[in-house]
Design a protein around this ligand. Structure first.
Ligand code: TXA
Ligand code: MG
Length: 339
């Protein structure tokens, strides 16, 4: 199959492909998603198949407006507030599903459904052209970093899907915050993203928890986070998360004749004596975790195509979007240095 490219000039054609049951990837403000019409079970099954995604890991449904009454069992008041403040934007909300609305494959057998309204004109246009909400898991092969450019999508899925809408580099670079509204214990962040716990807490009197806080409180009953048990974001080479002492680690690796990829801030790269065995990729200034998040997956993918034996990646402070950045980097890493 030849994968067609689309842009803002020919969106109706992309919508027509979706209506025929084909898959079309699209840019959002976070990462590129792999679109299929969320009521078309055969198309949704194809999404799992081309990604190589386990069938019990449910998909996010992307909507083009706040009018979601027809798609969910009920809209709690807290959801109304969250939508008003954060939609369109990088916040996915988990609702109780209304039976029979979306294809069974969307929710992977759960009674809940994840909805989000992306803050990207091309994705909103595509949903409108399709005439129905679209599933949109990240448009990568399962286990690879999420795609932040159309080229990344083509690298993983070119020839396997009908189309890609080109929208340049995505703004945020890490996937949306996923907030569960259906847990009796409170509002639980299943996946950190650009919308932070502090921002969510301002909007509501109900307590907002991080996933791991709930696990500590109540270990027998872990929050429902089906995607979290799978390994994510694993590049081809081992990644070591660097907290300090770069020169010691680098000398060690050079003595073992290793070629080293360095994924780090400009300030950190400036401190390293660059030679042929060291290949840097900049995450921008150390003072801006937003740029680091935007570049993270492109950096991991860059090293996939380089002859490096190991990647040293810089740890950032865990605040603001730094929490999401570190969450993804920790999943990609096989070790921390110093331990
Ligand atoms: O930013 C994003 O969210 C991107 C863009 C394309 O919108 N999409 C994305 O989709 O990251 P995906 O499929 O790669 O991640 C969806 C996450 C998974 O961790 C999944 O387990 C969780 O959302 N999820 C989906 N439905 C759920 C549900 N009903 N209950 C709990 N978690 C759910
Ligand atoms: Mg994903």
């Amino acid at each position: 199959m030849e994968t067609q490219l689309f842009n803002k000039e020919n969106m109706p054609e992309a919508g027509a492909l979706l209506r025929k049951g084909e898959l079309v990837a699209f840019p959002t403000e976070t990462v590129y998603g792999l679109g299929a019409i969320a009521s078309d079970n055969a198309a949704v099954k194809k999404v799992y198949q081309v990604k190589g995604r386990p069938s019990d890991n449910p998909l996010i449904v992307h909507v083009a407006s706040h009018e979601i009454g027809q798609y969910v069992a009920e809209i709690p008041n807290v959801a109304k507030k969250m939508m008003e403040v954060f939609w369109p934007g990088p916040l996915t909300l988990i609702f109780n599903a209304k039976p029979g609305v979306f294809a069974p494959a969307v929710t992977g057998g759960q009674s809940t459904v994840a909805l989000r309204m992306p803050d990207q004109d091309l994705s909103l246009r595509l949903i409108q052209e399709a005439g129905f909400p679209l599933v949109g898991p990240s448009a990568n092969t399962s286990g690879k970093p999420s795609p932040t450019t159309a080229q990344h999508v083509l690298h993983d899925l070119g020839g396997k899907i009908a189309g890609v809408v080109e929208g340049g580099e995505t703004q945020i670079g890490v996937e949306s915050t996923v907030l569960d509204l259906t847990d009796e214990r409170g509002l639980i962040i299943l996946r950190p993203g650009a919308v932070t716990k502090e921002q969510l807490q301002i909007v509501t009197d109900q307590k907002v928890w991080m996933n791991d806080e709930v696990k500590v409180l109540n270990p027998e009953e872990a929050p429902k986070a089906p995607g979290m048990k799978y390994t994510h974001y694993s590049p081809n080479q081992p990644v070591i998360l660097m907290r300090a002492d770069w020169s010691i680690k680098i000398s060690e690796l050079l003595a073992e004749e290793k070629v080293i990829g360095v994924l780090a801030s400009d300030e950190q790269i400036a401190e390293i004596e660059i030679k042929d065995e060291i290949i840097p990729y900049s995450l921008g200034s150390r003072t801006d975790a937003r740029i680091a998040s935007q570049r993270l997956y492109a950096g991991l993918r860059y090293f996939d195509n380089q002859d490096v034996d190991v990647i040293l990646a810089e740890a950032y402070p865990k605040d603001g979007i730094g929490i999401a950045f570190m969450n993804r980097l920790e999943k990609a890493s096989s070790a921390v240095y110093p331990q």
